[in-house]
Structure formats: C-alpha cells, structure tokens
Design a protein around this ligand. Structure first.
Ligand code: HSE
Length: 353
C-alpha cells in the first residue's frame, strides 16, 4: 500500500529509559511506520537536564542513542544551551513527548511543560504519571480547548493498551471496578525473591533493565502504583482522586521468610491495586496481598502486569502484558502517535478523551 506521508516532528523532554526506547523503535522501525501507516516520525529536538540538541531536519535516532550512551551528544553541532522550557518555547515541532522523571507529589516540572506546549498548539504525548495522576481534568480541558491531542497511554502498563481498552473499547459500559498488578518493578522483585534472589539484587536488576523509576522508592513504597490507581480512577471512572487519596502500602516490609511462607502455603505475594465505586464514591487502595497460585493474577510474573476491568454490560475483561521497560513504554508513545494520525486523517476532533 502506498501512502502520502504525514510527518510528525517530535520534541522530547527527557532521554531516560522511555526516550531511549522510543529512539530504539524509530531507529529500527521507522520504515514500517512509513510504509504501513503513512507516518514519517522524526525526532527534531531532545532536551535533558544535561544537554539539548535541535535539528529541524531531524536527528538520526541510532546516532542519538549511541552518542547519548557515550556522553558525546552535548558536543554535537546542533547542541543548544536551552533549558526544557526554552526548547518548548522555541522549537518548531508538532508533538511534545514529555518523558521526564515523574514527581507524584507536584507533577512538576512536567505539567508546566505540557501546558506550555499546548499553549503553542503542540500535541502532547506523555509517559509521565505525575501530570495525569494530579492534573488530568485540567489538562484534558486544555487539550480540548486547543484542539490538540493529550496522549497518556504510557502512564499505566507501558504500551499494553490498558487505558485505551477502558476508555475507548469499553465505552458504553459502566466501569465498576478495576484491579490488578500495575507496577513492573515490584512484580519483578517479588517474582525474583520467589526464585531465591535477595531483595537488593532484584531491585538492582530491575533498575538495570530500565523498569524502576529514577528514584525507585516510588516503586517499592507503592507510590507509583498509587499514582496509577489515581489515573485509572480519574480516566476510567470519572473520579477526582490524587495519589495521596489512595490508601497505600509497598513491598519493603516483605521479607524472604514471608515469601517462603507464602510459597509453602501454595500462595504468592502480589502488589495489588484496586479501584472501585461504592455508592457514588470512588475508592482506591494499593497493598501487597497473598494470592493462591490458582488465582488468575498469581501467574502474572516478572515485569508483566495485569488489569481486570469489571463492567456492567460485559462482566470482567482482563488484559495482561508488559508493565515497564524502555521499548515497551516507547511503544505506547508510538500507539498514541498513530491514534493522532488516525484522528487527523478522519478529521475527527483531535482530542481522544
Ligand atoms: N517504574 C514503573 C514500573 C515504570 O515499574 O512499573 C512503568 O510505569
């Protein structure tokens, strides 16, 4: 099939696990996106806390990855002395990809970046949980007012389309409850501890594999899962919860003895998030639970996550897939971009939500 290409020029804030995952996908599969979907995706700018580069013609993703790994990218000809704010104010790009580290308490500076980009008429795709957990209603309204996309599929279960399943494919149903495993790092650690690995080595491995947050306390103390519970509540159940409203307990209290005791009893520890409506009030809780090994969530191991969405018309629908990782989350950015492309082609309103 031949297509007239639509070009999407991306400006990235952050080049950690997600930004690198996205660059890896583009370095390997840019042609697939062109040939199959008629979409020409170019990274034109990247800004991190240490360096910023801008080339309006597009930056080669493979070269970017290589130079970023060796610390050489700051010395490129197209290097700029821009902060992220300056880049957003000056760059000629179609989409801001906001992938800076999450701050689950303030949502900043990411929320400010998103507001500024939308004010300039840029679409925004974010993997950052802070802005969506804390400011979803405001950002959705801004996107609608500006006629731009706010893409946030990456914020829950990486590229596994859990949010889109809920708000798009299950539209028409009333979602009554959502429960599951929504943090890849802790599920990886608990699974590794079952195999006899100690907690510290398992966490180090999760960090090496790019699953953990920049500050992994967010994962192991349950803040990341609480933020995702707030996102699920607000996006799928029209609630107005913040991560602080979510009753939360992490996995740091789970000892090797507790893991062994669960195994001996035919059970497994899992960090479970649950969001439910009681009368008209939405509640959310994150806490470790012992599940029998024949429980559907007990078999979800390693970095995999799973979510069961309970609806009035369809009953329970469960989705299982990767919950973290650079390429898995970079794919969510691609899926939001392709959704943007479909909407523009169909001349539908450009905000998905
Ligand atoms: N640190 C997060 C996790 C990344 O482990 O699930 C994906 O949101």
């Amino acid at each position: 099939m031949t297509h007239e290409h639509s070009t999407y020029r991306l400006a990235l804030v952050g080049f950690g696990s997600v930004g690198r995952g996205l660059a890896e996908i583009l370095s390997l599969h840019r042609r697939r996106l062109q040939e199959r979907y008629g979409v020409d995706v170019r990274i034109v700018a990247v800004c991190t806390r240490r360096w910023c580069v801008y080339d309006p013609g597009g930056i080669d993703a493979a070269a970017l990855l290589q130079s970023a790994a060796s610390g050489a990218v700051g010395g490129w000809d197209c290097a700029r002395a821009w902060s992220a704010d300056e880049m957003i104010a000056s760059v000629d790009a179609d989409v801001l990809v906001e992938a800076s580290p999450t701050d689950m308490t303030t949502g900043e500076p990411a929320t400010g970046y998103i507001r500024a980009a939308m004010a300039r008429g840029m679409h925004v795709i974010t993997s950052n949980k802070g802005p969506i957990a804390l400011h979803f209603a405001e950002l959705r309204r801004l996107a609608q007012e500006r006629g731009v996309l706010l893409g946030f599929e990456a914020t829950v279960m990486a590229g596994t389309p859990a949010l889109r399943l809920g708000w798009s494919d299950l539209a028409g149903c009333e979602i009554q409850e959502v429960r599951g495993i929504v943090n890849g790092t802790t599920n990886f650690i608990l699974s590794a501890m079952e195999r006899g690995m100690d907690y510290a080595s398992a966490l180090a491995e999760a960090q090496r594999l790019g699953y953990a947050e920049a500050d992994p306390t967010g994962d192991v103390e349950g803040y990341d899962a609480a933020g995702k519970a707030a996102i699920l509540a607000n996006v799928l159940m029209d609630a107005h919860l913040t991560p602080m409203d979510v009753e939360r307990e992490g996995i740091t209290g789970i000892t090797p003895d507790m893991v062994a005791a669960a195994t001996a009893a035919g059970e497994r520890w899992k960090l479970i998030a649950r969001v439910w409506r009681d009368a008209q009030v939405v509640h959310a809780v994150v806490r470790p639970m012992r599940l029998r090994t024949d429980h559907p969530l007990a078999g979800v191991s390693g970095v995999a996550n799973a979510l069961t969405i309970s609806t009035d018309l369809l009953g329970d629908v469960t989705i299982i897939g990767p919950g973290a990782g650079g390429v898995a989350t970079g794919f969510a950015i691609i899926s939001d971009l392709l959704a943007l492309h479909r909407m523009r082609k169909n001349r539908e309103p450009r905000t998905e939500n």
